[in-house]
Design a protein around this ligand. Structure first.
Ligand code: GAP
Length: 464
């Protein structure tokens, strides 16, 4: 079934189908399951780790390998508490919380309830009732999303620290260190991937909104008069990143924030949104943070954070354009966008049409039967591919049809089958996940052929 952009819902697949496949095929499990689970935390299994690593590697590739104006950073999760005072997170990183005063006592985000009413054509300014039991709701109160803990063996006043709610601040507080070693001048960027933590009021929708998640953030420092140009450029660059990795263009849009949605640090933000089964939702935000963060840290720390332009003799605080993405949310979008159930010769197959560079396993190496030297030859090919740095999976269990279907479900783009003829013609069958085309190629050509296919541009065969 096609998506229905008019209704704003992706009807090709449900979130339940994605959750079921993720568990069945070892991508993502509910965390602490043997103890009954811990709400909205997830553990990544083998294929999930490979998929998310590929997402992160593609991000690094686009930031570090394909350009030379960005450097990497990996800052600590726990930072001096003054960081969060300066950044405004202690005072302003809050969501409006309302609680049901009726039967169910559930907690809700007031802004989400009003957005939903508006999307359904109602009056968002009117009186709110509990969506669960219809009960009266409390007055909204601002709830700070930062997780607080204590440093040292005893919890006492003055040793509170916070788990970072964004990776960005680690970049701002290292701005001076990076300037000193990196020999860069604006425009240049500092990129970081790492865990962030938010005590979300209403986590949910699988790995879309969790309390522990991974961010991929880059702060791009620019001269003040170049800020508009770079804001536009980064929106385009980041949108193209998703498209190049196979997200279909009908399922992706850029939505500028209204003034009432802007974060406390941002003068303009555009979200790159994906049409999830829950509707159009943020994948990534591109924000113009101005010089808010550097100004704040300069004031609170007393350290000069200005850039000295030797050519003009000018000192200034660079402005910042920030593309901020979520690795888990991106992985979810790639899973949703690639999921398809189709009928082939009267049989149903579930396939993840993932971009080959994102696919957890690139090649399944399969002996047709466990006899006549086929397993040995297949293992040899498997080893050669692995030595060439290609993620493979050797699988000899079950009928060949079942093994293909298992690989289709985890998105493996190619299968190599060793059969009766291999020992005579030293060739194997190469099967393509999407077209189901099977070609015969010499064993010696396998690594080169796979490397060439991996390097080729790829487009999803799904409509949209
Ligand atoms: N430094 C800016 C910043 O953190 P954000 O829009 O709050 O901006 C950036 O977060 C991205 O991080 C989001 O677009 C989303 O992909 C991801 N993200 C944020 N909160 C999340 C959560 N609770 N669970 C999963 N991903 C989240």
């Amino acid at each position: 079934m096609a998506a229905e952009p008019t209704t704003g819902i992706n009807t090709e697949v449900t979130m339940e189908e994605i959750v079921a496949l993720a568990k069945r095929r070892g991508f993502v499990f509910p965390s602490s399951e043997i103890y009954g689970g811990l709400g909205s935390t997830y553990d990544y299994g083998h294929y999930g780790v490979l998929l998310k690593n590929n997402v992160k590697n593609e991000w690094w590739r686009s930031m570090l390998t394909e350009r030379d104006d960005i450097v990497a950073l990996d800052s600590a999760i726990m930072q001096h508490p003054k960081v969060w005072e300066a950044s405004g997170h202690l005072a302003g990183f809050t969501d409006p919380l309302v609680q049901c005063l009726g039967k169910c006592k559930k907690r809700w985000r007031e802004d989400h309830l009003r957005e939903k009413i508006e999307a359904e054509g109602g009056d968002p300014g009117g009186e709110l009732r509990c969506p669960e039991c219809g009960g009266e709701l409390s007055e909204p109160r601002n709830f700070n999303l930062m997780f607080e803990t204590h440093m040292g063996p005893v919890a006492e006043e003055g040793n509170s620290v916070y788990l970072r709610p964004e990776t960005a601040q680690g970049i701002f507080i290292n701005f001076k260190n990076v300037l000193n070693f990196a020999r860069k001048s604006p425009p240049f960027g500092i990129a970081q991937i790492g865990k962030s933590f938010r005590n979300e009021i209403t986590p949910g929708n699988f790995i879309f909104r969790t309390r522990e998640f991974e961010q991929m953030e880059m702060e791009f420092f620019v001269p003040p008069d170049e800020v508009d140009e770079w804001y536009r450029k980064w929106i385009e660059i980041r949108r193209d990143w998703y498209l190049d990795l196979g997200i279909r263009s009908d399922f992706l849009m850029v939505r500028p924030h209204g003034a009432d949605e802007l974060s406390h640090y941002s003068s303009e933000t555009s979200d790159i949104e994906y049409l999830f089964p829950i509707g159009w939702s943020e994948l990534e935000g591109v924000a113009n943070r101005g010089n808010f963060d550097l100004t704040q840290h300069q004031e609170h720390s007393g350290e000069k954070l200005e850039f000295f332009d030797q050519q003009s003799g000018e000192r200034y605080l660079p402005h910042v354009i920030e593309p901020a993405a979520g690795a888990d949310r991106a992985a979810l979008a790639f899973l949703v966008d690639s999921y398809e159930v189709e009928e082939i010769e009267g049989r149903e197959r579930t396939v993840l049409r993932l971009h080959p560079r994102l696919a957890p396993v690139k090649v399944a190496v399969l002996p047709l039967f466990n006899k006549e030297g086929m397993p040995e030859k297949a293992k040899e090919i498997n080893q050669t591919l692995r030595a060439a740095g290609i993620q493979t999976e050797y699988d000899s269990g079950g009928s060949i049809g079942k093994r293909y279907r298992r690989q289709d479900e985890i998105g493996t783009p190619w299968g190599i089958t060793v059969d009766f003829d291999t020992k005579d013609d030293d060739s194997v069958t190469l099967r393509d996940r999407d077209s189901l085309e099977q070609v015969r190629i010499p064993v010696a050509d396998v690594p080169g052929e796979i490397a060439a296919r991996l390097a080729s541009p790829w487009r999803s065969p799904k409509p949209g």
